[in-house]
Design a protein around this ligand. Sequence first.
Ligand SMILES: [Zn+2]
Length: 208
Amino acid sequence: MFANPRALIAFFVLSVLILLTANLPAFTEETTTHPLLSRAAWGASPALLGMRPHKPYSIIVHHTGAKQNARLGLTDKLRGLQKFSQSPRKMADGRTLPPWPDLPYHYYIGVDGTVGEGRDVNYAGDTNTKYDTTGHVQVVLEGNFEVEQPTAAQIAALKKVLIWQASRWHVQISKISMHLDHAQTLCPGKNLIAILPQVLAELQQQNR
Ligand SMILES: [Zn+2]
């Protein structure tokens, strides 16, 4: 078949290259957190000035603190949250706070388990509480888990997002934390706080 030895070598090298590339894992956002609603898909406005670049080394879980709403689509929720974030915010105590440059969270898990892309994960998030958000991937689940439960779809999506982000930024599962580990808050709500250790234990088991 190969009269010329150089042709034989070329054929061999090419075959090895094809085999190697065929075995690379296809690790993309779509395959790991499907369905992911990208910023382009929900029609995000550009971030305002004041974004702080960071390199994530940890992941923090939140709840929105507002009741789940299955009738409103994720697109409308994310647009609403961005509009709220990028406007001066009136606090309950009468203070007015300056706008945030973008949504405070990087990933938003809707009541149906759909995951929306929030702030660009390469920039630190924002908070009304007192702690430094630098280096944390902020993941929020829709709901007020002081009074309601996360849905099964939300927990399934949370697992995917946590595995995806943990492997992306080399965060140990044991280092995934909750908002109340960092600041004075009830977030992410007692009903999620009650089940998160079990969720993390399952992820640790899977990762072995
Ligand atoms: Zn929170």
